[in-house]
Design a protein around this ligand. Structure first.
Ligand code: HEM
Length: 525
């Protein structure tokens, strides 16, 4: 009893201390400016109890609908601004990127990652160095050079999916994880259950859990970070995870190191870094976290998009439209390739619409403002967190009429505001809001774009997707939104029927797969 009273008193004290700390900011609102609209929270805790810890983007969108595209909420003295249209997100995060590109401090996650993971890095020199490395290995031009690697992974994903559709999650995870492990470390994995793929996914799930707002009290009450470890067992837990992740990341880099010193000489991002270390001046620990961050960021995201694609095809039955284009451009005698993509605008439109409808990073990644600013008469003080909420942005009815309908035509028909020509280039995913905005925009977007386009083309070329039936023979419609918990989300396992389109296509796919085995430099001895 005494201990629960003590704990309660300690929590109240810490909430109050945090509130005072946040309020001690010296910013003064300039005359003629005002605060953005938003709900009036409770004293001290603000809107803390109104924001659900899971899938908070739904609540954020409700607030946008109520208060407009710039809405302010305050949680324990910390200001959060919700951005609800692409225009305001670009005006602030992109056009004023020099002051809108920091990240909030994630206290718990920083113990686990030493603050070195690219996604959470503070805006500064280490972040700049990592971004310049990412640009070197993942620019539009660099990504175009990975066509054969992507085709190898896409061919075996489609071939295995047709062989055992019930294991689709494994094949989609192997697809995205396999691409990143191959490109970053020159490693081929045989299954999504490969320990390296699983360790990458575990690291990202740990990060998502630990960085979630309500997971660790220290993120609401930063004063708790000063508690000694014997009073804060959660610190020990986080350090244990840190050791586990670092052992994995270092192990992957060491493998690449051994290879570059006499192995098969496979070109990988790790080898690029190892052979030009001086150019990027990153110590080994920082580099290990940089590569770990790439594995985390890239491992689930494209696979999640393919799962959402299957979910939407099951729910809407629109796959045939895609197949007509693929039959016209590619035909039944060969599998689609990256070189076909300029002739496949419908494939690109479906991919873009999937990412609009079910964005992977639905709530966006928060950016932190580093200097007081005024926009449209609203005053924002330094230290404010900005959330470009993709769930709201992608459902802005001005930009996306009838936003709740899954309509790839909005990218292909001139009557829609999102239409752009030439169709050999548009729609594409470059700088699309699903990848964030401004200087922190996803550096993996070009690799992700090609892998999502090719993955969707391959599935639609080879398979039919329809609703599964229940015991009474009735169609089962999977739910609109049964997604996992996290920062990057994907649909939980759902029932659907996936079948090969024809025997001929199975044969073509098997042959393409055999050829890809012969062509795979990671298998050639
Ligand atoms: C469909 C696939 C993907 C989606 C939807 C996606 C989405 C995002 C988003 C929303 C952000 C935060 C941007 C911001 O703060 O404004 C981000 C950051 C990041 N992404 Fe991706 N991503 C994808 C694939 C990838 C891939 C394949 C890689 C690596 C190969 C990657 C690497 C990163 C990294 C390193 C960051 C941190 C950037 C920074 O904070 O400066 N992502 N991504």
């Amino acid at each position: 009893m005494v201990s629960s009273i003590t704990t309660a008193l300690a929590v109240i004290l810490l909430v109050f201390a945090t509130y005072l700390l946040k309020r001690s900011n010296k910013s003064v609102m300039p005359p003629g400016t005002r605060s953005p609209p938003g709900p009036v929270g409770k004293p001290i805790i603000g809107s803390m109890l109104d924001i659900p810890p899971v899938h908070s983007w739904f609540k954020f969108k409700e607030l946008t609908d109520q208060y407009g595209p710039i809405t302010k909420i305050t949680i324990a003295g910390q200001d959060h601004v919700l951005l609800g249209t692409e225009q305001v997100a670009n005006d602030l995060l992109r056009e004023r990127g020099s002051i809108y590109s920091d990240r909030p401090t994630f206290h718990a996650a920083n113990i686990m990652t030493r603050g070195l993971i690219p996604l959470l890095l503070r805006y500064g020199d280490v972040w700049r160095t990592q971004r310049s490395f990412f640009h070197h290995v993942m620019s539009t031009k660099a990504a175009a050079g990975y066509a054969s690697e992507l085709e190898i992974e896409a061919t075996r994903m489609a071939r295995d999916l047709i062989r055992d559709p019930s294991d689709y999650e494994n094949f989609f995870e192997r697809y995205s994880g396999g691409i990143i492990l191959r490109l970053a470390f020159g490693v081929r994995i045989e299954s999504g259950r490969d320990p390296r793929c699983q360790s990458s996914l575990k690291a990202v799930h740990d990060l998502e859990r630990v960085a979630s707002p309500a997971q660790y009290l220290v993120d609401l009450l930063p004063a708790m970070k000063f508690l000694p470890e014997f009073l804060a067992p959660w610190k020990t837990e986080l350090k244990k995870l840190r050791t586990e992740h670092e052992t994995f990341f270092h192990g992957m880099l060491d493998g690449a190191k051994r290879d570059s010193s006499g192995g098969k000489g496979i070109k990988s991002w790790a080898n690029v870094w190892l052979s030009n270390k001086g150019q990027w001046s990153l110590d080994d620990l920082t580099a290990a976290h940089m590569f770990g961050g790439l594995l985390e960021a890239g491992s689930g995201t494209s696979g999640s998009t393919l799962m959402s694609f299957c979910l939407l095809m099951t729910r809407t039955g629109q796959l045939e439209i895609l197949q007509q284009e693929l039959d016209r451009v590619v035909g039944a005698g060969r599998v689609p390739t990256i070189a076909d993509l300029p002739q496949l605008p419908t494939v690109r439109a479906f991919a873009k619409e999937v990412l609009r409808f079910y964005p992977v990073t639905a709530g966006g990644a928060p950016h932190m403002l580093t200097k007081d600013d005024v926009y449209k008469g609203y005053f924002f003080k330094a230290g404010t967190f900005f959330h470009a909420n993709q769930w709201a942005i992608h459902r802005d009815p001005e930009q996306y009429p009838d936003p709740e309908s899954f309509n790839p035509q909005r990218w292909l028909d001139p009557k829609y505001p999102t239409y752009r020509e030439p169709l050999t280039q548009y729609p594409n995913l470059v700088n699309y809001t699903c990848f964030g905005s401004g200087r922190r925009i996803c550096p993996g977007q070009h690799v992700a774009e090609l892998s999502v386009f090719l993955g969707i083309a391959m599935i639609a070329w080879g398979c039919n997707i329809s609703k599964a039936k229940d015991d009474a023979g009735q169609d089962i419609t999977p739910p609109f939104y049964d997604f996992n918990i996290g920062f990057n989300v994907q649909p939980n396992k759902f029932p659907f029927k996936l079948e090969p389109r024809s025997k001929q296509r199975i044969d073509v796919l098997e042959r393409a797969h055999e050829n890809s085995l012969e062509a795979d430099p990671l298998l050639v001895q």
